[in-house]
Ligand binder design. Structure first.
Ligand code: AMP
Ligand code: MG
Length: 324
């Protein structure tokens, strides 16, 4: 069985094709803002201009490979409303035109499932860290969020600080590079409340630190150490509480080598194992939507056209999970 998935909840417009064993195709056309961060309407405009050519490219490649699609999957939410609507419209058109079933996929669930698939890990605690989301997820019958940000995602926090220091979007890799050259740690607000955490106060304090004359390198270093320690603390608590021994990283911020180092120190201490999918499957991508759509379809899920409206606030807990 072959599934085509379309992702476009925010910056990355991406189409993936998978079968049960592997990713067959992954083609992306990301939105890159000239200045500032991601503007929902501009991102949606980008997606609507590029989705046609992108799909054409994918279908030409499928023709060369002599492959037919069995299922059309799309990211139904959570995400930016205008972006989601472009993706859902394209998916509906394909499903109707090709007379194939449609599956609306929860974006966060897709991050978790593609990681479980490629890392071959059964029951991990997932640290999902992206631009818009930061959650610690594990499965108890359905998936549950055991801890999450009370305000902005950690990627968004990093990008805000980066922009303030005059760096281009996305700030993550640039902040990581600067932090490697930082040496002095300045204390910043460490906010963990129960299993939840918050980043906006940290961003404000880090901006102030930079304005007071501290170098970009030391601000980036102090910011990363503080933010990542918060995430690692809560991930460790989830492991202990659930008595689990695997951590799965998901989301674009998961590419950060310092975050991975801190997580692996924590995992080593507990005798747990750290898993991370390859970079192209870590951040937002169409293959994770295609794979999760395939998994869901095989387990009896299908989204009727009349139920395919986008869900900008779609929570992972809302998905009834009936697969192992
Ligand atoms: P996603 O929404 O999952 O695709 O992730 C996008 C976010 O990941 C953006 O906020 C980026 O700044 C962030 N990001 C990408 N690479 C890195 C990195 N090496 N370190 C920290 N953040 C990163
Ligand atoms: Mg994401």
């Amino acid at each position: 069985m072959i599934s085509l998935g379309i992702e476009g909840t925010a910056w990355n417009l991406s189409v993936g094709v998978v079968n049960e064993e592997e990713v067959i195709l992954l083609e992306s056309d990301p939105y890159k803002p000239e200045t500032g961060g991601i503007h929902p309407r501009e991102a949606a405009q980008h997606h609507s201009e590029r989705i046609g050519p992108l799909l054409k490219k994918v279908f030409l490649k499928l023709k060369e490979k002599n492959l037919d699609i069995d299922v059309i999957a799309f990211s139904q939410g959570p995400g930016m409303g205008p972006c989601l609507r472009v993706v859902a419209t394209a998916a509906r058109v394909l499903a109707l035109k090709l007379k194939k079933p449609l599956v609306g996929v929860n974006h966060c669930l897709a991050h978790v499932e593609v990681g479980r698939w490629v890392c071959k890990v059964k029951n991990p605690v997932t640290l999902y860290v992206s631009g818009g989301n930061s959650q610690i997820i594990a499965r108890k019958r359905n998936y549950r969020v055991f801890g999450e940000t009370l305000d902005i995602g950690v990627g968004n926090a990093i990008d805000k600080l980066a922009r303030y220091m005059g760096l281009k979007h996305p700030g993550g890799p640039r902040i990581e590079k600067l932090a490697k050259r930082g040496s002095k740690y300045y204390e910043l607000p460490y906010v963990v409340k129960g299993m939840d955490f918050s980043f906006s106060g940290l961003v404000t304090a880090a901006k102030k630190l930079y304005s007071s004359g501290v170098s970009k390198e030391d601000v980036a270093f102090s910011f990363q150490e503080t933010a990542f320690a918060m995430l690692v603390e809560v991930t460790e608590r989830a492991l202990a509480y659930l008595d689990l021994n695997d951590v799965l990283i998901a989301g674009g911020v998961g590419a950060n080598s310092r975050l991975r180092e801190m997580l692996s120190i924590m995992c080593d201490d507990r005798g747990a194992k750290l898993h991370a999918p390859p970079k192209e499957l870590l951040g937002d991508n169409g293959a994770m939507i295609a794979y999760t759509g395939l998994l869901m379809y095989k387990h009896g899920y299908e989204t009727k056209i009349e139920d395919s409206a986008v869900k900008p606030d779609f929570r992972i807990e809302e998905v009834e999970v009936n697969w192992k």
